[in-house]
Design a protein around this ligand. Sequence first.
Ligand code: AMP
Length: 550
Amino acid sequence: MKFASFAERAAEIEGEPADLETVALVGDLFAAAGDDLAVVARFVQGRVFPAWDERKLDVGPSTCYTAIARAAGPNVDADDVEARVAEVGEIGAVAEEYEFGGQTGLGAFGVGESGDDRTVGSVYDDLVALASTEGAGSEGAKVDRLFGLFNESEQREARYLARLVLAEMRIGVGEGTVRDAIADAFDVPVAAVERALQVSNDYGLVAETARDEGEAGIAAMELEVGRPVQPMLAQAGSASDALEDWDEAAVETKFDGARVQVHWDGDEVSVYSRNMADVTDALPEVGEFVREHCDAPAILDGEVVAVDDDGEPLPFQQVLRRFRRKHDVAQAREQVTVELRAFDCLHAGGDDLLDAALVDRHDRLRETIDAGVEDLLVTDDADAVAAHEADALAAGHEGIMLKEPGSTYSPGKRGKNWLKRKPDVETLDCVVVGAEWGEGRRANLFGTFHIAVRDGDDHLAVGKVATGVTDEELAELTGRLERHVTTESGRDVTFEPAVVFEVGYEEIQSSPTYESGYALRFPRFVGVRDDKEPTDADSLERLERLAGSQ
Ligand code: AMP
């Protein structure tokens, strides 16, 4: 396809406000793209390379302005171009204002195809060469090459070339439009295109396969070890959301590190970041770990965390010191140790697992890798969730993730099947006004604590706390509180106000159950406020204010 006709169609698409019409126009463009279809499917989105491809043009605005100015002639310099962009608002319209073609000099001839012969493919080849220009003097070489490209451009071509180079196409074509246009142009179901895009992460490849092999072709597309896919993402959510919507929730630790996708073909390990950048060399421990613990080829999803000498987690900032490092990796490794925490398995031993249920993928993960994988807690018990969270927080992790146990893996999707537990709202400091004796092995310990807020000299109940307390803490608290018992009836006791608990919760709800008129949802023991007297505990007024501000 001639680059000029690509530009002409791009202008038509840009001028079309209606979504459906846009899809039809993009579909027509694809149908007419011929050998250049794969490139066209990316160019319409302002992409030169597939998402999984590491190559980048690495052209900043000033390089682009310099090249445009040079192609525009001796009366224009890069500052003029920049000033016009500031006035007009974007580079495409500015590039279109100049008349190119009259200039000579390095790059004016012999780079790419000229004028009428120029195709989308030849522009792509030039951009590939541009992307591979690195090292000393590369800035000048990039300007030369871009100058050559602009110098051969008609005005409309320049409009889209400039935007492509700066990765801002602005013709109203997003991923959804391209997906629908592929389906439209080649008569294949949208869902099949969507799935093929998820497994391949490559619009060009999917477009070509849909055209050449139809629905069967795209349905047969599979994950490829070494070609990263977009990670599945999580929404904010709560334990109550999870347990209301699902029969059970799978609970995992939320590790405080950086997301990685590990590809292991049995010979080579590649590690990709959340944005699919190759970070293999920066994290040699991950490669070593996978080689040691994983025998079958696999694609693993997980988090890289920084750990101290005892293997305890360090804050996320420490991981960043390692993550994208290109130089002095060995030295950095001496300062910060990282470990892989794999939590999902997309492919194992030749099987794609995207359509398998989470619990089954987790089983495959365990079979595939024999260390560093946490047990999956699947439960319908809110207390078990809260206890897992308390443990995770106590161990220095960020919190928990809640996942739908039967859900499939949807690359790139931020859906309702993965919830990251919202961080606690502000905690409340409550007076402990009563307790219940435990049962069985814990009959000599208080199990559940009744908590209250202050209202003048009164204490008004706001809930019961049973989770987040370790056995050791229970023994200590029992010893401390026994002295303050005022009444006892069956397993229930009341205390005179003496001890203040810091309590975490998910939400404050209105409730007729407790005297305060409110109940804490999923209350969790955070600690004893030894620095506070009961008179310093939180008041009903603060509780009302917090409830109102939710
Ligand atoms: P956020 O970055 O706040 O959107 O939280 C989602 C991120 O948590 C993911 O992208 C992962 O990097 C990270 N994470 C940590 N542990 C897990 C886990 N068990 N499952 C999924 N994501 C996790």
